[in-house]
Design a protein around this ligand. Sequence first.
Ligand code: B12
Length: 186
Amino acid sequence: MEAGIPTPDIDDEIIAPALWLVGELWERGDISVADEHLATEISLRVLALQREARRVASSRAGLSVMLAAPSGEHHVVALRMVANLLRDAGYRVVMLGGDVPPHALAASATQHEPDVICLSATMPGGDDQVLIAISAVQAQLPGARYVIGGRGLTSRIRQQPGIGVCERVSDVVGAVDALVKRADLN
Ligand code: B12
């Protein structure tokens, strides 16, 4: 599942042949009935996991995340990775790309009303650009939530309510999930 193998392939190409083999081993007396039961329980657990993964992905389907790099910031590779990860997880992604002025970001956020905004800053001074961008959006959309990352950020920007700070792109889905869940609880 983590390798992104589709459910029908996992069922037909992995679980079914594995259980056929288990059946043969049992018939030959190479494994016990208990071993066969154990293999079946493991297979059933994978089926339950598949269902849970689908439920989580579909629960994200109605939610959107806006992505941008603030004014002056042209490094967007990490942002593109973030977009792929969020899309794969089931989120709708609104990608604005690099070098987005604060007022343009605020206008777009007001138009699209994303559930979370992800910002990336690589160049020194990224803290300031990110804070300027956030305050421009806050003025228009006070409830907005943010996930930020990039080597341009320093410890000046700390984790605070409504802002998740990520070191790695692979943390983004968890960070966005956490902010969305917190919003549900409010
Ligand atoms: C590719 C690149 C460019 C490309 C960017 C193309 C593009 N479309 O993105 C181009 C050629 C345009 C470019 C331009 C410049 N660059 Co440049 N660039 C790079 C380079 C080689 C790779 C950056 C990159 O994509 N890394 C891969 C990504 C995946 O990693 P990452 O950005 O570090 O992100 C990680 C985390 O920070 C985090 N993350 C980042 N953002 C986010 C966001 C979220 C939401 C989350 C969850 C996580 C997250 O996740 C990633 C890891 O999982 C770096 C080298 C380096 N050491 O980084 C220099 C580098 C960043 N550039 C540098 C410089 C100086 C410049 C220029 C000033 C050069 C010039 N004189 O024109 C300009 C400035 C442009 C600007 N104003 O933004 C310097 C910055 C030094 C500094 N700190 O002062 C570097 C470090 C090169 C160097 N060693 O000197 N650059």
